[in-house]
Design a protein around this ligand. Structure first.
Ligand code: SF4
Length: 268
């Protein structure tokens, strides 16, 4: 039997209800909601003992656990950002420093990262960009753009993620392009992309996007033709494998495709 979903009220019942603020939230109720949302953990309240909440942890759904893992990962990255010297790393990353914040362009949109790792933007912040941006700026190695395009499989660790990448990124994007013939051209305008020579890739359209300054992505799309099915392949500059972990590259592309799906939905 699936355990009942964890609710803020169930957690609130076992909090001390003193609203002491030691969990960095203003009230025990806010803390309870944050645990359900995955941004806080039971152990973040110093007044809890493990035996107080063990029975409630069993009610966390896989989605809660996934969100909690994501929050933990973000927290780790924020901790790493705190140790960075923005002035030193900005030119290496293709970023700028303004008012003490690291400014980074993603798909033509400006984001800034504070020394505490908080992400701000002139546009609505899309949750999936947070982890790749923080991973990019804290990545241990870095290489400038080479101009050599390679497949996902050729990136370091790409073989292990290839199946997921094909099913969650290339295939859905190909289906989107099939249904929305103008979509790829629209993306060039929307995200400051550039069109590239397609002959070399035997494609009808070749589009270069920069989800991060030194993470260029080439999308090649070939329309269906008589007996041939349509085909879409994503290529990456060789530097991508040095600038971002393969899991973050996958997350970035899967997030992009989700965003393109929403754009296509709004335009339909
Ligand atoms: S630290 Fe614990 S007791 Fe204090 S406000 Fe947060 S949840 Fe409530």
């Amino acid at each position: 039997m699936t355990p009942a979903k964890l609710t803020p009220l169930a957690i609130y019942k076992i909090t001390p209800k003193t609203n002491c603020g030691q969990c960095s939230l203003p009230s025990c109720l806010a803390f309870s909601a944050a645990v359900v949302a995955g941004s806080k953990k039971f152990k973040d309240c110093p007044h809890f003992h493990a035996e107080d909440y063990k029975h409630l942890e069993l009610h966390q759904t896989p989605a809660d656990t996934q969100e909690a893992t994501r929050a933990e990962f973000i927290e780790k990255l924020e901790g790493k950002v705190a140790h960075l010297d923005f002035q030193d790393i900005a030119p290496i990353l293709g970023c700028q420093v303004k008012h003490g914040q690291l400014e980074i362009m993603s798909l033509g949109k400006r984001f800034s990262v504070s020394q505490e790792g908080a992400l701000n933007s002139e546009c609505h912040i899309i949750p999936w960009v947070q982890a790749p941006i923080l991973s990019y700026i804290t990545h241990q190695t870095h290489m400038g753009i080479t101009g050599n395009w390679i497949s996902f499989r050729e990136l370091k660790g790409g073989i292990d993620w290839q199946g997921l990448f094909t099913s969650r990124c290339e295939q859905p994007l190909c289906a989107l392009a099939d249904q929305n013939p103008e979509l790829l051209a629209d993306l060039i305008d929307l995200f400051m992309g550039t069109e590239t020579d397609t002959q070399k890739y035997e494609a009808d359209i070749g589009l270069i996007l920069h989800p991060l300054p030194h993470i260029p992505l080439l999308i090649c799309y070939q329309k269906a033709d008589e007996d041939l099915e349509s085909e879409l392949t994503m290529f990456f500059d060789e530097c991508c494998g040095q600038n971002l972990h393969i899991k973050s590259i996958y997350t970035l592309c899967a997030g992009l495709v989700k965003m393109f799906e929403q754009i296509a939905l709004q335009h339909s």
